[in-house]
Design a protein around this ligand. Structure first.
Ligand code: 13P
Length: 244
């Protein structure tokens, strides 16, 4: 399976910058597929620019209700109508900076699946949790709470992003990441079946760049990457995608 390399642009790039990035990316793609999550304000522009290219556009978050009095929020159906095909859910910045609870993350996940927009469930431990040997417990708690009661996990992507590696330049070693991915796969198998868990792509995120991606993708349980900083530059992002 071709690795899934998702660009999470966070709060970067205007509509013009988005269009220019995608136009510059197209000739660099080769036969590979790109996955980009621009800010909400640039999704429509991105979808338009990505037409007739192997570029999938998604969103960075969504609300859990179909509609209603929720000032400043965006629903899954609004994203779908713009052409977004996937959505990040439970990103560490949403959990820890914007205080999204595990229950809210579960509700968003259910909503995304109902809307048929692929959820990319982001999980990962904080530094103090790793240092006190709680990584496996945190991954179990986050996966179980998010996926509880969901019978069909076929259209799910998981992203393991250790919080201490995000935007810090401190990437997990390939062995460390592989160990966490293996734990996630085991928990996913318990929540569904080994057959389904084997097919759920588990991406690694946290300070991925063109120099360290090959070692990560060489691991048996790492099927791609969720990339922040290094996805903002078209040359660096296309190098990530073209890594065999
Ligand atoms: P960086 O690649 O900048 O560390 O960000 C990772 C991330 O949060 C992607 O979702």
């Amino acid at each position: 399976m071709e690795p899934i390399i998702i660009a999470n642009w966070k709060m970067h790039k205007s509509q013009d910058e988005t269009r220019a990035f995608i136009e510059a990316l197209k000739p660099l793609l080769g036969s590979k597929k790109a996955w980009i999550a621009p800010p909400f304000t640039a999704i429509q522009e991105a979808v338009k620019a990505a037409q007739n290219a192997k570029i999938v556009i998604g969103a960075q978050n969504m609300h859990d209700a179909p509609q209603g009095a929720f000032t400043g929020q965006i629903s899954s159906s609004m994203l779908k109508a713009l052409g977004a095909q996937f959505v990040l859910i439970g990103h560490s910045e949403c959990r820890h900076v914007f205080c999204e609870s595990e229950d809210l993350i579960h509700r968003k996940l259910v909503r995304a699946l109902e809307e048929k927009i692929t959820p990319v469930l982001c999980i990962g431990e904080k530094l103090e949790e790793r240092e006190t040997d709680q990584t496996a417990d945190v991954l179990r708690r986050q996966l179980t709470s998010a996926l509880e009661g969901i019978s069909d996990l076929q259209d799910l992507i998981v992203a393991y992003e250790p919080v201490w590696a995000i935007g810090t330049g401190k990437v997990a070693s390939p062995e460390m990441a592989q160990e966490a991915h293996m734990i996630c796969r085991k928990i996913l198998a318990e929540l569904s079946s080994e057959k389904i868990a084997a097919k759920i792509p588990i991406l690694y995120g946290g300070s991925v760049n063109p120099k360290n991606i090959a070692g990560l993708l060489a691991q048996p349980d790492i099927e791609g990457a969720l990339v922040g900083g290094a996805s903002l530059d078209v040359n660096s992002y296309s190098q990530l995608i073209r890594t065999p």
